[in-house]
Design a protein around this ligand. Structure first.
Ligand SMILES: Nc1ncnc2c1ncn2[C@@H]1O[C@H](COP(=O)(O)OP(=O)(O)OP(=O)(O)O)[C@@H](O)[C@H]1O
Ligand SMILES: [Mg+2]
Length: 236
């Protein structure tokens, strides 16, 4: 049984079709990546899984239960957490306050403390800067904060929308290394990326989205060698 199953999803914005008959599966323990160019529909797919956009057709199952028509907070409560494109941290709140907001569904102070400790051990820089306002962090630190905030709700499935966007190569490598660690500790990851090379290097399996359709899916290492993928997404 897959952890997440997306079946024949059609999504439109008014008359514009953004996704057509998109189907994919994510198994427990995997890192699955979705690669695709600007405007392919990657963000739309993540927003549909999180119920921020409603599909015209199709269904989404999590742990074999249909979640297509649930409210966004219900989806978080079931264990799906979304790190949005552009991070969307609260710039005027401190690092610590941003993290606490990520754990808002947890009432038990000890468990909140344990989640904070886990975040700070994954991202020591956030511990050093815990009383600093989030808006003053560097881009890489803000991405770490956005991921840390998502982890505060202890998701089974972490949705990451272009975590490497706009970051220097060294920081990108660091972020991908942390994604591996998070996965090694048991969190399933669905990673949306334009940085196809890094994404295919870190992922187990991958899907290629082109103008709203899945045109390929395979083990990530096969796609790294695929001539069409190389030409279109890996710079030749
Ligand atoms: N709120 C919206 N209203 C109308 N059209 C939208 C909206 N959001 C996205 N679109 C359109 O839907 C298509 C898919 O956009 P989406 O943002 O999902 O792509 P993406 O693959 O995430 O692109 P990028 O790599 O630039 O982030 C695009 O043609 C986009 O213009
Ligand atoms: Mg996007």
């Amino acid at each position: 049984m897959p952890l997440l199953s997306v079946r024949n999803l059609d999504v439109c914005y008014g008359v514009i079709s953004a996704l057509q008959e998109v189907s994919l599966e994510i198994n427990r323990g995997e890192i699955v990546t979705l690669i695709g160019s600007n405007g392919a529909g990657k963000t739309t797919l993540l927003r549909t899984i999180s119920a921020l956009v409603r599909p015209r057709r199709g269904a989404i199952f999590f742990n074999d239960v249909e979640i297509t028509r649930l409210a966004p907070h219900e989806i978080v409560r079931r264990g799906v957490c979304h790190v949005p494109e552009g991070r969307q941290i609260f710039a005027n709140l401190t690092v610590h306050e941003n993290l606490l907001l990520g754990g808002y569904q947890e009432r038990d102070a000890n468990r909140i403390r344990a989640s904070l400790d886990r975040c700070f051990s994954l991202f020591p820089v956030l511990a050093e800067r815990r009383e600093q306002r989030a808006g003053t962090l560097s881009g890489g630190e803000q991405q770490m904060l956005a991921i840390g905030r998502a982890l505060m709700s202890k998701p089974q499935l972490l949705l990451l929308d272009e975590p490497s966007l706009g970051l220097a190569p060294l920081i990108v490598r660091k972020i991908f290394q942390i994604i591996r660690e998070i996965n090694a500790e048991g969190t399933t990851v669905f990673l949306v990326e334009q940085n196809a090379h890094m994404a295919l290097t870190v992922a187990h399996r991958a899907y290629v989205l082109q103008t709203g359709r899945v045109i390929k899916s395979d083990v990530a290492s096969n796609l790294l060698q695929d001539p069409e993928v190389k030409k279109a997404y890996l710079g030749g």
